[in-house]
Design a protein around this ligand. Structure first.
Ligand code: NDP
Length: 285
């Protein structure tokens, strides 16, 4: 039976290490890193994610500012707020919680964040630099996944990795990070034929789809590492579940991440890492 990669526990350890680092940075530079989070509207899931981010910042000693704006906020007002935060020399990281209300152009908003304060790593300049192999802010979820794989002591080089899902925020950057770690990577999506066969090839299988239990035990190669990024609400129980049928897949995998308590906490923890990185980049500029 495979071992569970406990994202919550790993996050606690990393946040503890970062708290020490922040104290040392404060002593050296006279201020702590700071993060501004903008939340537009009252989407309950977004409110919960934002609460988690602010709480993690507190735990690490990062100064945080939560800016809530009503759902009918115009794009111009939101862009003006981003401009203000971009210009504020005491703010290191700016994050706009997605999704945004339909009347706001998300792409325009992401583009408006100063790329050196783009703690999510979604700005085109960061995306380009990631793919060019230049210094950049790496998106939090795939960055957290790489930490979890490293934690297993699993050597990625030369292994076959399959990423299911090709979004800009998870699937695509995940592919690049695995490639950088010298895996041979396949990316699968809704049009992939014989998904089960493709997945069975994987030594490292990352599911980032958003479909409850799409990945079943028969799709997992014996001994594979299985990373479940998906966050779904089980319609029957109302509980959170992933894209992987963990109960059966863990019998086949060597390591597997749970949902909840797997990739989710690591994503937030990597946001803290990115905020410290933006702070250091700005100080050393
Ligand atoms: P998107 O909806 O943007 O992308 C989903 C991807 O899955 C698409 O590429 C889509 O293919 C693919 N897909 C859909 N159906 C199938 C199928 N039947 N077989 C194979 N591929 C399929 O989602 P995100 O990347 O934003 O998020 C994915 C999941 O991860 C969600 O559950 C989300 O909640 C979760 N998530 C979790 C985070 C965390 O911290 N734990 C952070 C971010 C996301 P196509 O491109 O062809 O449409």
């Amino acid at each position: 039976m495979g071992a569970i990669i406990d994202g919550k526990q790993l996050s606690l350890r990393l946040k503890g290490e970062m708290a020490d680092e922040v104290k040392a940075l404060d002593a050296k530079y006279g201020r702590v890193p700071s993060l501004a989070v903008i939340l537009v509207g009252e989407n309950p899931a977004s409110q919960s994610y934002v609460r988690g981010k602010i709480k993690a910042a507190e735990e690490v000693g990062i100064k945080s500012e939560l800016i809530t704006m009503p759902a009918d906020t115009t794009e111009e007002v939101l862009l003006a707020e981003i401009d203000r935060l971009n210009a504020d020399k005491d703010i290191d990281g700016v994050l706009v919680q997605l999704p945004l209300p339909k009347h706001i152009d998300e792409e325009r908003v992401i583009d408006a964040i100063a790329f050196e304060k783009d703690v999510d790593g979604f700005h085109p300049a960061n995306v380009a630099n990631l793919w060019l192999g230049k210094p950049c802010i790496v998106p939090c979820t795939p960055k957290g996944v790489m930490q979890m794989i490293a934690e297993c002591g699993f050597s990625v080089a030369g292994k076959k990795a399959v990423v299911v899902g090709r979004s800009n925020i998870v699937g695509k950057p995940m592919v690049k990070l695995l490639l950088d770690a010298n895996a041979t990577v396949t990316i699968a999506h809704s049009r992939t034929q014989n998904l089960a066969e493709v997945c069975r090839e994987a030594d490292i299988l990352v599911a980032a789809v958003g479909r409850k239990h799409l990945i079943t035990a028969d799709m997992v190669k014996p001994g594979a590492i299985v990373i479940d990024v998906g966050v779904n609400r089980d319609p029957e129980t109302g509980k959170l579940c992933g894209d992987v049928d963990t109960a059966s897949a863990k019998e086949v995998a060597s390591f597997i991440t749970p949902v909840p308590g797997g990739v989710g906490p690591m994503t937030i923890t990597m946001l803290m890492k990115n905020t410290i990185e933006c702070y250091l980049n700005r100080i050393n500029k």
